[in-house]
Design a protein around this ligand. Structure first.
Ligand code: EPZ
Length: 417
């Protein structure tokens, strides 16, 4: 199993341009199946979840390839009935294939999706929304089955929680439903706006994305297009938190600073100097942070995916910090790994409490989920000596090459096979 060796204790300096967002490209790769013709996505990093999605698309009967940062997807007329369990259960994004396959095949049986163990992660909002649009839905412990005997029909549906994935599933389904669908209680994440922009460029008529109420005039034919997804705001958060913790001066380009406001305000409160334009962020830090308390929640609050990253940056901050996650009930599995480095951390319900220490020691760490794993890299970069991180396969799901990402800023990370 691959490992990362991380030499800590050095400031981070340099410039980086952010890749396309994992959480934009993954739903878009599924949405491309709604189109009659090819779609081509640009600046797509070679993430493990992108590779898995390409394999899933192939197994379903679509042509899909990644070449030099460009993903081309050629939809099929009909798709295979069986989505392979091994692929589907390896990522949460498999759920995005439910709506397109339902619309195209009229019936779909999908193994339950996998993904990071952040809590229960049910799919009830996806399923109740599809049922409201006219699908018949049934699920057991391992599979979900949906079918339609006639086209979906537009309706009004309210999400009881602003679920990102459920909002995206229902926007996709509504594009194929006859008539108007109004979704309220929607998630407002930028990746939802990005999906709506892609679908509208394909011929859909979606309004209100980015707000809590989205309206879709469905039943319009969709033709594929060329599209460049948004920059990845969580990759940006990862690098910003590392530079805050290690000290240094970094300039991020191709970065929507407005989508990072909550994090940037927290890092400034912790003692960093931040200078932003629309698409750049310059951060300077002396590596000696003040404790802050933060709450992660639905956008525009601090992104839940940034919670562990910020926590890693605060492990040596002077004073008591708290990071609370109101989205997932088990976000801080990384806490026990932080403790191996001498960090003083306690998980209390959905909160991680941190009493800053003067120094973090190198340790043999084990990544258990994507952003928790990235948080271990942040902590190891700000620790003394050389740490070893197992479970790199989790990190590879969301970062093309995290060693190269930080290597460009002067860090010393080595990947062993
Ligand atoms: C997406 O996951 C992202 N993944 C996650 O990023 C991100 O953390 C999350 O949104 C929140 O922003 C992708 O886009 C591929 P949710 P998703 O549905 O869609 C509950 C990463 O590291 N819920 O908004 O699964 C659920 O249990 C990943 O890049 C229901 O109750 O998140 C959770 O508590 C991790 N019923 C909350 O909503 C449902 O039907 C938020 O989940 C669906 C969700």
């Amino acid at each position: 199993m691959a490992q990362l060796l991380v030499k800590g204790g050095r400031p981070l300096t340099g410039e980086l341009s952010m890749p396309a967002a994992k959480n934009s490209i993954l739903p878009m790769m599924a949405a491309a199946l709604l189109c009659e013709t090819d779609s081509c996505f640009e600046q797509v990093p070679a993430l493990r979840d992108v590779t898995t999605s390409l394999a899933l698309l192939h197994q379903l009967g679509a042509k899909a390839q990644w070449s030099g940062g460009r993903v081309r997807i050629c939809p099929a007329k009909q798709y295979g009935k069986a989505a392979p369990q091994k692929l589907v259960s390896s990522m949460r994004s498999s759920i995005f294939y439910l709506a397109p396959l339902l619309v195209k095949n009229h019936t779909v049986t999908l193994p339950k999706p996998g993904g990071c163990r952040l809590g229960a992660r049910p799919i009830d909002l996806h399923l109740s929304g599809l049922a409201a649009l006219g699908a018949s839905v049934c699920e057991d412990a391992n599979f979900v089955k949906c079918s339609i005997s006639r086209p979906l029909v537009g309706t009004n549906f309210c999400l009881s929680f602003p679920s990102v994935g459920a909002t995206e599933t229902l926007v996709m389904a509504a594009c194929s439903a006859k008539g108007t669908t109004t979704l309220c209680g929607c998630a407002k994440e930028p990746e939802i706006v990005d999906l709506a922009n892609y679908l509208n460029r394909c011929g859909a008529q979606i309004t209100g994305a980015g707000g809590s109420c989205i309206t879709v005039q469905g039943g319009r034919p969709l033709t594929g297009c060329r599209y460049t997804p948004l920059p990845d705001r969580i990759t940006a958060a990862t690098v910003l938190c590392a530079a805050a913790a290690c000290g240094g001066r970094i300039l991020l380009e191709n970065t929507r600073s407005g989508q990072l406001s909550a994090l940037l305000q927290l890092l400034e409160r912790a003692g960093c100097r931040v200078y932003s334009t629309f698409d750049t962020v310059l951060l300077e830090s002396d590596g000696h942070l003040r404790a802050v308390s933060a709450q992660a929640g639905p956008y525009p609050q601090l992104a839940t995916d940034a919670g562990p990253l910020l926590a890693a940056a605060l492990l040596k901050a002077s004073g008591q910090s708290t990071v609370t996650d109101t989205v997932f009930e088990a976000r801080f599995a990384c806490a026990e790994q932080f403790a191996k480095m001498g960090a003083r951390v306690w998980v209390k319900g959905r909160s991680l409490q941190i009493a800053g220490v003067r120094q973090l020691e190198p340790a043999h760490l084990n990544a258990q989920d994507l952003r928790g794993g990235a948080a271990l890299v942040v902590a190891a970069l700000s620790a003394r000596g050389e740490s070893q991180i197992d479970g790199v396969c989790h990190i590879d799901r969301g970062y093309e090459d995290i060693a190269a990402l930080f290597g460009a800023l002067g860090a010393k990370l080595t990947r062993t096979p």
